[in-house]
Design a protein around this ligand. Structure first.
Ligand code: G6P
Length: 462
């Protein structure tokens, strides 16, 4: 992998990188490599490809690693000042751009684009510029650069000015807002975002729907796409990895423990999410409560296993949402629970092996986001499920474009409709469930992460 300036032929830029560091008690640095689609996608390029991943230092450990010159081959971490990073990441990326693309604002009170926003926006520009400059330094002549996500929308335009010779791509892992929502942003900011993105040769999106929304925004607010090409690459689940990982001893142990918690002979409705506003966990719980209320026959015969892992806890609105998920789960348990039956098994502690255990046991998977770029859980559960699960899936998830035919589709706002869908899923004949699940798994794995990345690269160079 590339280590000297100006030598990288393939570059990836993202806020979160493939590795993170913690400082041990003795002051030593401990590296932890993350998982996920991008990481496995990049490893497919191989070591002779002169690939470099540019990412941001996110923790004190990461910053210490940069200062000490500790690092992995093929990864360059940028030590952006912590306050600038916090403004750009929490302030703009997660509280503004994420909210716009997922349409999460409660508009009578939010958003308020005031002086504080302007200050944070300046940090977002600084943060994007740091990436553009690092990429410009590292890239070989004519190299391909793939910039990831809403954290880095200004990078393509900035990099284009610094290095007109590069092939620049950008990939959005989120939805893109329709013009009527996007125009909530102050006009100059909206124009800057679009100009930044349109600095790329090629923009990638997870579905046609998000690509069309971007195109519509570009046409209305930026005079069109110019020379920028648009492509759709629907990231799939990594079947080989998941199936192998889901049968390792730590997962088997957790299956045994979960079985105990669920109880003999009961059906299991599984959901696994970050505790994220867009995931719609609260309405999912309301729908489950409605199921117990209207279909008394399921009482004592079903358990809702809900794993909601902490996310973005720096933001008050995420902490409040987490508290509401906990409160409502407890309320349902108090209302319907019996000495031998806990209707909702909620767990807020991140544990991947436990998630896989739940996937294997699932009779029904509930994936009901308000809006979601893709949603990989919808793809992963059918791949791993032991007996074949039914999938209750929001029509607003990108995954719905690929899985809609064999899922039970819900409008995520419609709680009674979702309750009815849960009943339908629980009542499905086992043979039908197994057949549908097989087709879901096939569709879910059609584009493995490694191929997803290589396709983007080929298209960018082609
Ligand atoms: C989700 C989204 C991605 C985003 C990521 C950021 O996975 O789908 O679009 O890049 O969150 O997560 P982080 O924990 O780094 O804020």
């Amino acid at each position: 992998m590339a280590s000297t300036y100006g030598a990288a032929q393939v570059l990836v830029a993202s806020n979160r990188g493939p590795v993170s560091y913690t400082v041990g008690e003795d002051g030593s640095l401990d590296a932890k490599r993350g998982g996920g689609g991008l990481v496995s996608g990049l490893s497919a390029i191989g070591s002779d490809a002169d690939a470099l991943w540019v990412c941001s230092a996110l923790s004190d450990g990461d910053r210490e690693a940069v200062r000490q010159g500790v690092g992995e081959d093929g990864v360059r971490m940028l030590d952006i000042p912590a306050d600038v990073h916090a403004d750009a990441y929490n302030g703009i990326a997660n509280s503004v751009l994420w909210f716009v693309h997922h349409m999460l604002y409660q508009t009578p009170l939010e958003p308020v684009f005031d002086a504080e926003f302007r200050r944070q926006w300046a940090s977002y520009e600084t943060y994007n510029r740091a990436f553009a400059e690092a990429l410009a330094e590292e890239a070989a002549r004519g190299a391909a650069v793939v910039v990831q996500d809403y954290h880095l929308t200004l990078v393509p335009g900035m990099l284009r000015e610094l290095r007109p010779d590069l092939r620049i791509g950008h990939f959005s892992h989120t939805p893109w807002a329709p013009p009527e929502y996007f125009r909530m942003l102050p006009d100059d900011v909206a124009a800057q975002v679009l100009r930044g993105m349109l600095g790329a040769d090629r923009l990638g999106f997870l579905t046609e729907r998000w690509a069309e929304a971007f195109t519509a925004c570009a046409e209305r607010f930026a005079g069109g796409l110019g020379g920028t090409r648009i492509g759709v690459h629907g990231l799939g689940a990594d079947a080989d990895f998941l199936r192998k990982r889901a049968h390792e001893p730590d997962v088997e142990e957790r299956i045994a423990a979960l079985r105990q918690e669920i109880g003999e002979g009961r059906r299991t409705i599984v959901r696994v999410d970050r505790t994220e506003l867009s995931k719609n966990i609260v309405r999912g719980l309301l729908a489950y409560r409605r199921l117990l209320e209207t279909h008394a026959e399921w009482r004592e015969r079903v358990v809702h296993v809900a794993f909601a892992y902490p996310s973005r806890q720096d933001l008050a609105v995420y902490r409040d949402y987490t508290a509401e998920v906990r409160r409502l789960s407890e309320e349902i348990n108090a209302e319907y629970g019996t000495p031998g039956w806990t209707p909702v098994v909620l767990n807020l502690k991140d544990d991947f092996a436990r998630s896989l255990a739940a996937y294997r046991l699932a009779d029904v998977a509930l994936v009901n986001p308000i809006r979601d770029g893709m949603n990989l859980v919808a793809k992963e559960v059918p791949v791993v499920s032991d007996a074949g699960c039914a999938l209750v899936l929001s029509r607003e998830a990108g995954a719905h474009e690929e899985l809609g035919e064999d899922a039970i589709t819900v409008n995520p706002y419609d709680v009674t409709g979702t309750a009815a869908a849960l009943h339908e899923a629980l009542s499905m004949r086992p043979e039908e469930r197994a057949e549908r699940c097989k087709r879901l798994a096939a569709a879910a794995t059609a584009l493995p992460p490694a191929q997803w990345f290589v396709d983007q690269l080929d298209a960018l160079r082609g």
